[in-house]
Design a protein around this ligand. Sequence first.
Ligand SMILES: [Fe+2]
Length: 719
Amino acid sequence: MGRYRIHVATGAWLFSGSFSPVQLWLVGERGEAELELQLKPASGQVEEFEQDVPQDLGPLQFLKLRKHHSLVDDAWFCDRITVQGPGALEEATFPCYRWVQGEDLLTLPEGTARLAGENTLDEFQKHREKELKERQLIYCWGTWHEGLPLTIAADSGKDLPPDMRFHGAKSLDNEQAEKTGALEMVLKRVYNFLNSWDSLEDFDQIFWGPKSTLCEKVHQRWQEDELFGYQFLNGANPMLLRRSTSLPSRLVLPSGMEELQAQLEKELQVHQVLLLSSPYLCGEGNGNGSLFEADFILLDGIPANVIQGEKQYLAAPLVMLKMEPSGKLLPMAIQIQPPNPSYPIPPIFLPSDPPLTWLLAKTWVRSSDFQLLLFQYHFLNTHLVTEVIAVATMRCLPGLHPVFKAFTTLLSVSIALIPHIRYIMEINIGVRTQFDSDSGIFSQAMSTGGGPHVQLFRRAMAKLTYRSLCPPEDLADRGLLGIPSALYAHDALRLWEIIARYVEGIVNLFYHGDDFVRGDPELQAWCREITEVGLCHAQDRGFPVSFQSRAQLCHFLTMCLFTCTAQHAAVNFSQGMFEGKSWELEPCISECLVDSRFFPPRQAWLFWVPNTPCTMRMPPPTTKEDVTMATLMGSLPDVRQSCLQMLFVKQVHQQKPNMVPLGYHTEEYFSGPEPKAVLRQFQADLDNLEREIVARNEQLDLPYEYLKPSCIELNSDAI
Ligand SMILES: [Fe+2]
């Protein structure tokens, strides 16, 4: 018996309050009490009230609530409810962070994370089993295309559970983003009054609006070999480059190219003696010469799109590059198509070729890079993988599980994947609809759109290994460790270390040894669900089907968190233009982050269409002669396709004003001081990395911004 002080926090989203009365019950170990007060929660408010309870409830275990209908079912987004008492007893927190709809009774367990127990009579155990049964009816797997990762079974955003849909403010923000305003007007005018491009300068007509320093540099220098090579290390797609260990078998040199062969072999050997003394500077089994390659063989044989009755063209180039001692990566040779026994040996294009010939060869590479970036490295490897993690989490991990909580919180920690995955389902449904729509931007502008993309996805799926999602292994496999000018590689590794430290801190709080990991049935089911179900038996590609140790669990969780946040930022925001406007700051953001958030980078590699053309309209050249400006212009996207590329870049890759950077979510899923301490360390590590990157970038001609912690968005709400 005694007096309880109760605080009810409602989400600060638009429409998250409710006019419907809400009734509460407290449930303790020794009894249950219905509270007389009926709330009417208001958006962004914390309502406080006191209530006398005659009986002794004992330690509080659950809080029940029911939202009654008034005239309509006015949904309420409840953040959390805290209860203190009786008297000066400790506070109990009941995290909710979901929409409360209908008149059903909702039971919230006290927020301390717990592993599953064996006592089926235990109230918490009963609660978690019931919760999972209910969730498995709501979150069902669907098949988008055979052979691709499974998705949430929903045809449109309206089919999703309310908690996986955009909150009001975010939804409105996305709608505003779609109204791209002035740029769209310019594109429409260009499209209506211009039938074709005649010269490269014509693209200036859609290179419009405020631009970042990088945009301007791309515009001015896109034809230079140095910028072409740089993009493989630090551009929109830093995922394809690898150090050569031998000359690729597809690189069949026509007669008369013995000099090139000698140069390539020489680069294979260069630096070998120097680097042998420092194993850090070379990847395992990847040689240590200064010869690198980017092979687009995944595109070989894929039929190209047909856009408005006109056949488009695809190629599968190979680029050989050398790294100079200064760290510059320069192209040495390009083979646009692999050899085919039915045709003559394809030409090898060289920097010494006529300028337009060499430029056209590089343009083929850039267009191929756009296809792999969009479909393989961006949508498949980050969006679809994140969706698998999201659905498996909702199906296998109850709200009380530390891993369910663990990928979140600022003030009370959890591994909570939840902020990282909340919106991915609705975003992905939108993109899938676009991919499979005949009138969608991909069908209308991309050379792999309109059907060929499914084949590309299937091939990319075969390359989706566990190692490829983990930077320490991926960068070692690609021979990219220890290269000072490889900025993506450096920042990705640093972030991986920081996330791994955070994950280890949380895991060690709840798993006191490997036995605890092996004995957690919910965790093991989650692992199997991701690998065997969502990723379609990905154990063949190195994904685990069970966790045998804490170390194995930590590695997997780090991969999940890195993929959902940092990796997505690296391949998403590098494509499009940031808006350059300030956005509302959360009070919890540290001063270090505040500075950079007021001036977000506005960098984009895809904004100048000739640098990364969405399609090619003529077949690749088969000789070095006869390449004219007409050939180049006839190959680049036409006016309509270029306008669509600009619209795509503008619409879907901008950071939103309400973005929350990594480590700074406001949800409080966890209770207890230990997780909070782990989170504080995580934030301190991120702040240090932020300062490190800012200081480094000040010294660079082309700063690398995409993995700055302040630029990594939690909610994956950018397409
Ligand atoms: Fe994205």
